[in-house]
Ligand binder design. Structure first.
Ligand code: UDP
Ligand code: MG
Length: 333
C-alpha cells in the first residue's frame, strides 16, 4: 500500500543530480541525446531547479560500435560524464543496477539513451521530490510502438502487478528519480539477479508517479527482442514473488479434485457417454495430467534455475574501464 502520511517538503535545498543512462550500441542517437541533455539541463534550468551539480553516468553495456568513443570525446570536451564500460553485454537491468552502484549524488535518475524517456520530465520529477517524495517514477500515458509490442507491455505490467507480492506501479519502467537514501538501500540489497524497478518498489519510502507520453525511439533500433522481453517478464515476476509457485500448488490440487469428481461421475452415470467411460477417463487424465505437470515443472524450473545462478554469487556485471568524472561534486575529471 502506498504511504498516506503527510510528506515533508524540501523547497530550498540545493542538490546534486546523477543521471544513469544505460546504453548498448547507441551511436545513432548520441548526438541527439547530448543536444537534448544540454538544453534541458542548461545552467539557467539547473539554477531554477536548485541543482548545484549534475553528472551523466553512462553505462556502456558492451557496445561494439562507436558509443564509447563518442562519449569519451564528449568527456574531453568537458561534459560532466562518467563512462563505465562493461567487459561484455550484461543486459539492460544489470546496466541500470551498475549505474546505481556508481552514483553518489543527492538525487539519482535512470533514463534510456534513445530519448524515449524525455529528459524534460526529470525537472518535473525533481519538483515532486521537493514536495517530499523519495521516489518519483515515470508512468506511461501513451506508448508509441507497434500494436504487438504495446499489447506485450500491457500484459507484462499487469502480469507482474498481479503476481508480485509488492505493489509495482502499472506502466512504469526504470525511468524515475530517487533520493540518495533509496539508491543506497537498493545498493545494499544482496541479490545478484537484479530487477531494479522491482527493488525500487520493494524498498518502499514515499513514492509517486508522474505521467508522461512515451515517444518513438529517436534513432537506432530497439535492443529488446521478443525473447529478451520474455526473459525480462519472467525475471520480473520471479525476482519479486513466489506467487507463481503457490499458483502451481493451487493448480495441482484443483486438478486432483477435478479428476476425483470426474471419476465419481463416471462411476455413478457410466451409460451417459458414447466412448467407454474408462477409456474417456484415461484420455482425459493423460492429456490434462501432462499439461499440469509440464506447467508445474516449468514454474519450478524457473525458480530452480535462478536459485542456482544466485547461489553461485557471481557479480551482476564486470567493469572493463571507467573514464571521466568519478566524483559527483566535480573535483576530478
Ligand atoms: N540496453 C542496454 N543493454 C541491453 C539492452 C538495452 O544497455 O542489453 C539499453 C539501450 O541502449 C537503451 C535502454 O537500455 O538505452 C532501453 O533499451 P531499448 O530502447 O532497446 O528498449 P525498448 O525501449 O525498445 O524496450
Ligand atoms: Mg527504447
Amino acid at each position: 500500500m502506498p504511504r498516506k502520511d503527510p510528506v515533508q517538503p524540501r523547497p530550498d535545498v540545493r542538490v546534486s543530480l546523477d543521471l544513469v543512462i544505460p546504453l548498448w550500441n547507441e551511436e545513432d542517437v548520441l548526438d541527439l541525446l547530448f543536444e537534448r541533455l544540454g538544453s534541458v539541463f542548461s545552467i539557467e534550468n539547473l539554477e531554477r531547479a536548485r541543482i548545484h551539480s549534475i553528472r551523466y553516468i553512462f553505462i556502456d553495456d558492451g557496445s561494439t560500435d562507436g558509443t564509447a568513443r563518442l562519449i569519451s570525446r564528449r568527456i574531453d570536451e568537458g561534459w560532466p560524464c562518467l563512462l563505465v564500460r562493461f567487459s561484455r553485454n550484461f543486459g539492460h537491468q544489470n546496466a541500470v543496477s551498475a549505474g546505481l552502484d556508481f552514483t553518489r549524488a543527492d538525487l539519482v535518475t535512470v533514463l534510456d539513451a534513445d530519448l524515449q524517456d524525455p529528459p524534460e520530465v526529470i525537472l518535473e520529477m525533481v519538483a515532486r521530490w521537493r514536495e517530499g517524495y523519495d521516489v518519483v517514477y515515470g508512468q506511461r500515458r501513451k506508448r508509441k510502438d507497434s500494436l504487438l509490442r504495446r499489447a506485450g507491455y500491457w500484459i507484462f505490467y499487469r502480469m507482474v502487478a498481479f503476481l508480485a507480492d509488492i505493489q509495482i506501479p502499472l506502466d512504469s519502467g526504470d525511468f524515475g528519480l530517487m533520493d540518495r537514501k533509496v539508491a543506497q538501500k537498493i545498493r545494499e540489497l544482496p541479490e545478484k539477479l537484479r530487477f531494479p524497478r522491482g527493488l525500487r518498489a520493494w524498498v518502499g519510502f514515499r513514492q509517486v508517479g508522474v505521467d508522461y507520453d512515451r515517444p518513438h525511439r529517436q534513432g537506432g533500433n530497439s535492443k529488446y527482442t521478443l525473447s529478451k522481453l520474455y526473459r525480462l517478464a519472467t525475471d520480473g515476476v520471479i525476482s519479486s514473488s513466489v506467487r507463481p509457485l503457490q499458483a502451481a500448488q493451487v493448480f495441482g490440487v484443483s486438478y486432483l479434485v477435478f479428476t476425483v469428481l470426474l471419476a465419481l461421475l463416471l462411476l455413478i452415470r457410466p451409460g451417459q457417454f458414447e466412448i467407454p467411460p474408462w477409456t474417456l477417463l484415461g484420455y482425459l487424465l493423460i492429456i490434462s495430467g501432462n499439461m499440469v505437470q509440464i506447467f508445474c515443472i516449468y514454474i519450478l524450473g524457473a525458480y530452480v534455475g535462478r536459485t542456482y545462478l544466485e547461489v553461485k554469487g557471481r557479480p551482476s556485471y564486470v567493469v572493463m574501464e571507467t573514464v571521466g568524472k568519478s566524483d559527483p561534486l566535480g573535483s576530478d575529471s
